[in-house]
Structure formats: C-alpha cells, structure tokens
Ligand binder design. Structure first.
Ligand code: ZN
Length: 141
C-alpha cells in the first residue's frame, strides 16, 4: 500500500507534467484541483495511464478541445476509473479502452492479471505473486 496522504508519487508527477493541457499542473497544490492526490491506484497501471493520456492529448489537438480536464484517476472495486470533464466521444471511447486494459493488468506490477478478486473483503486486481505479497502484508499488520 502506498502512502496517499503526502506528496504525489514522482512517477505520477512526471506523467501529469507531460500533459499540462489535461492536468493544469501549476506550482500550487490548489491549481491541480481534485488531482492534488495524483493517481489513486498502484504503479502497475501507470504505463497504461501514460499511454491513455498521450492519446487523449493527441485527440485534443486533432479535435480542438480546449476546456478538457482530468478530474479523477482511481481504482474502485478492483477496476480503473478515469473521470474527465470537457471531453468528447473519442476521449470517452479511449477511456473505456484503458479501463478494459486495466481489468486484465495487474495493478501491482503491470503484468497480466487473472482478473478482479477478493482477499478478506479487500477487492483487488493483481497477479498471483502480487496477491501473495499483499496477503503477507495484510497478515503482518
Ligand atoms: Zn503483479
């Protein structure tokens, strides 16, 4: 589990800075709005999010979308959720594609995942080695 109370993960910050059109990365925390927490998911999904936002950025240029903003990126019930304001059908279709991709991708390591499952009421989408690691972490608590 990552500590989500403090600063944004450096890798996430890099991705957000690559697409200022989508994230409004300013110097103050406030200017990032709800994205001040970064991505509320584990690193296994960062590469597919990077590709997603790269494609959305390209769609914005092609379709001349200026008021677009990513409002939230999170893991909910083992699935990826990406919320965007001011997008269009192409953007929404690309997001659905990334969410489907995440459903088959381990949130822990980015390898292939057998799908969403539950460990002791904790719903997650990880491969077997990551699941074993998490079980150990849960037991060590
Ligand atoms: Zn894994």
């Amino acid at each position: 589990m990552t500590d989500r109370d403090n600063s944004i993960d450096a890798e996430v910050m890099d991705i957000m800075k690559r697409y200022p059109r989508l994230f409004r990365t300013g110097s103050s925390t406030k200017s990032r709005g709800p994205m001040h927490d970064g991505f509320l998911c584990d690193p296994g999904w960062y590469p597919l999010l990077d590709r997603l936002f790269g494609d959305i950025d390209a769609i914005c240029r092609e379709d001349d979308l200026t008021g677009i903003k990513v409002s939230q990126v999170k893991q909910k019930l083992g699935g990826l959720r990406v919320y965007v304001q001011g997008g269009n059908d192409r953007v929404n279709d690309r997001i659905r594609q990334a969410e489907a991709e995440a459903a088959a991708t381990c949130e822990g390591c980015g390898g292939s995942s057998p799908g969403i499952r539950s460990i002791g009421g904790y719903v997650t989408n990880v491969c077997d080695p990551c699941l074993n690691k998490r079980k150990k972490e849960l037991l060590d608590r």
